[in-house]
Design a protein around this ligand. Structure first.
Ligand code: WTA
Length: 647
């Protein structure tokens, strides 16, 4: 049955957009009516951006898993909910129907309950991309516990920081995970992380790799043993906990321009409604189609468009454990062919890394099932867009360039596949309910972004991107520190949500996101704060000071360039570099390893001691002449030295 709020023409989009701005309450109420509630809301929206306070569907009672599972078990129990493809091409794939997924989520909810988990508890999940990861996430939601999924590439230190910040009492992990030809020992990373987290009383360990692990008596238990117990007791169904609309659903840590990563909090009802709405409209999902999002569930893209968005729409979501280039660069295309994938949603960095292999890996692959291609995570360059369009989509598939953030919960600016116009490298138009604004450096509004605001400028304008009005899946707070949420996102411009992204808007009103305007890097689609990398480098005992900037990188989008003041003995530079890289891997994880390390004797600083990153960024980008004004520097000669030694 067609979903009434799925937009099917450009005209309908314009009408929906107009309505969403004119009468947002009615607009979202009409959509929310199509979900399963224990009790409908009392007030649709309460908000002010100054605290900030954002409450959608207040007074409503529900459980998101009834919307993702139970309602589909009734109408399409045998429909595949999750198709799982292993890292290893010769390992049997798995298909879990809605009925099977529901049964497994209920079983694991029993496991959580018998291990003392209660509504509101925080659970850390550090797992490989296997169906049990989705099952763990959904079981937390079913019992009302708040999940905090930590990407499998993060180090022990990063995990313990996150566990302590959220006050997690239980950890769900696996013995190890497979990534290409590597096996990563997840449990031993958790063991190290937990040395500094005494409040964690339980660790549930799934068997995946067969790697030997040490199990701590009284704390660590096996997933499989627990499931056997539940089975022996004959427990099947698990009644979903009744949640308030504004109860927290999950925490997901993300990097900002300062300090440690912050825990972005999303709440139950608004997140559910918006991920469902955006999934159905951007991807134009049709019943029976296979949706393949290549992200990891450790990132927001996996939360919203592998788990909650697709499942709340009764869709078939394909989950892939491996990487695009192993055992060879045909891996994605083989998966598309094998499962007749209709929607492929990936990151520009993956496209660029596959482009580097040419078109040979695509030869002879049947990609005729593909209907729609999507990208997310970073600006897509025109060359990658054209390659994706011509060689993967064979010129027949629309591309949706979807702009959004961990904090926005769901896709904010994107064309709706095949329904609204696409323009290479442009995310194009806002979804209904989303009101973008462009502001200048001082936070003054340059242009009212919403199409209904009337007059469009004749030329392209550029500014910093803000959002004017709340949308259902907006960030509610940063865990444990509401003030940080306010200062980070709601203080730069009065009454606006500040995204941290720079943006162009053309004469059609189409948006093109150009990249971060703050000190956040985007490396292979992963957000990393420069301050975080600097702190990690400075942990090396011989490092006096460091400054980190991004530079254009052919495959990663941005690479990490570190300027380091090193004090020490006569070691080879190569050796020191390796040590610094190892330090960063230990403190943050391999994703934050600097690509280039330049040793310097001083950093360009203003008289007040502030590092002038603008200059360092230009040098890292290869600029040698127009470095801008250097007269305010304490010691302009350091710039000369840095230029001479640049890599
Ligand atoms: C960037 C990922 C250009 C942007 C969903 C944003 C993009 C950050 C796009 C959020 C896009 C994401 N075009 N840039 N289509 N999508 N970005 O929180 O800089 O991991 O602020 O969320 O990625 O990254 P995050």
């Amino acid at each position: 049955m067609a979903v009434p709020y799925q937009i099917t023409s450009y005209k309908q989009y314009q009408e929906a957009y107009h309505k969403s701005v004119e009468n947002p309450e009615q607009f979202w109420a009409d959509i929310a009516d199509h979900f399963v509630w224990h009790k409908k809301w009392d007030r649709l929206l309460d908000w002010n951006f100054s605290e900030p306070k954002i409450e959608w569907f207040a007074g409503g009672k529900l459980n998101i898993t009834e919307n993702c599972l139970d309602r589909w078990v009734k109408t399409q129990p045998d429909q595949p909910a999750i198709i799982w493809e292993s890292n290893h091409p010769d390992e049997q794939h798995r298909i879990l129907s809605y009925k099977e997924l529901n049964d497994k989520v209920c079983q694991f909810s029993h496991v959580l309950k018998s291990n003392g988990v209660k509504k509101g508890d925080r659970i850390c999940i550090y797992m490989p991309m296997v169906p049990e990861l989705a099952i763990a996430v959904l079981a937390c939601a079913r019992i009302g516990a708040i999940h905090s999924v930590v990407f499998g590439g993060f180090s022990a230190q990063s995990i313990s920081d996150r566990i302590l910040d959220a006050g997690c009492s239980l950890v769900i992990t696996a013995d190890g995970c497979f990534r290409g030809n590597k096996t990563i020992p997840l449990k031993s990373v958790i063991d190290e992380a937990l040395l500094s987290c005494p409040q964690v009383e339980r660790v549930i360990v799934l068997t995946r790799t067969g790697t030997a692990v040490s199990m701590q008596k009284g704390r660590d238990i096996w997933w499989e043993d627990e499931i056997r117990k539940v089975e022996a007791e004959g427990k099947t169904d698990f009644p979903a906990e009744t949640m308030d609309a504004e109860d927290s659903l999950f925490i997901l840590y993300t990097s900002g321009s300062t300090g440690k990563p912050k825990g972005v909090v999303h709440s139950c009802a608004g997140y559910m409604v918006y991920t469902n709405y955006s999934f159905l409209n951007v991807f134009q999902y049709r019943p029976g189609e296979v949706h393949f999002c290549t992200a990891d569930i450790g990132w927001i893209t996996g939360h919203s468009y592998i788990v909650y968005g697709p499942l709340s729409a009764g869709a078939t979501s394909l989950m892939f454990e491996g990487i695009p280039t192993w055992p060879d660069a045909s891996r994605f295309w083989d998966i598309v062919e094998k499962f007749r994938v209709n929607i492929l949603y990936t990151a520009p960095t993956a496209i660029r890394s596959l482009m580097a292999f040419g078109t040979e890996p695509l030869e002879g692959k049947d990609l005729s099932s593909l209907r729609l291609l999507g990208t997310v995570g970073e600006p897509i360059n025109e060359e990658a867009w054209v390659w994706y369009h011509n060689h993967v989509g064979k010129g027949r598939c629309e591309i949706v360039d979807t702009w959004w953030q961990t904090e926005t919960g769901g896709i904010m600016i994107s064309n709706l596949g095949g329904v609204t116009p696409a323009k290479p490298t442009f995310a194009t138009l806002p979804l209904p309910g989303i009101q973008p604004m462009l502001v200048d450096e001082k936070g003054e509004i340059i242009a009212g972004g919403d199409a209904s605001a009337g007059i469009l400028p004749e030329n392209t304008i550029s500014g910093n991107l803000c959002i004017k009005f709340p949308w259902p899946s907006a960030i509610r707070t940063t865990w444990g520190d509401h003030e940080r949420c306010r200062t980070n996102y709601f203080s730069a411009c009065e009454n606006l949500y500040f995204t941290g992204d720079g943006c162009l808007r053309d004469s059609n009103g189409f948006y093109r996101i150009t990249g971060r305007v703050d000190d956040v890097l985007n490396v292979s689609g992963h957000r990393i704060g420069t301050a975080e990398v600097e702190n990690a480098i400075n942990m090396h005992s011989n490092v006096v000071e460091s400054a980190v900037v991004g530079y254009p990188h052919d495959i990663k989008g941005q690479g990490i360039y570190a300027y380091v003041i090193f004090r020490g003995h006569e070691e080879s530079e190569m050796h020191i570099r390796q040590d610094i890289v190892a330090t960063v891997s230990r403190i943050i994880g391999a994703i934050a390893k600097p690509d280039k390390i330049q040793f310097v004797s001083g950093l360009p600083k203003t008289r007040s001691g502030k590092i002038m990153r603008r200059i360092l960024r230009k040098i890292a980008e290869g600029e040698t002449e127009n470095l801008g004004d250097t007269t305010t520097l304490l010691d302009p000669s350091v710039v000369e030295e840095i230029l001479r030694g640049r890599l």
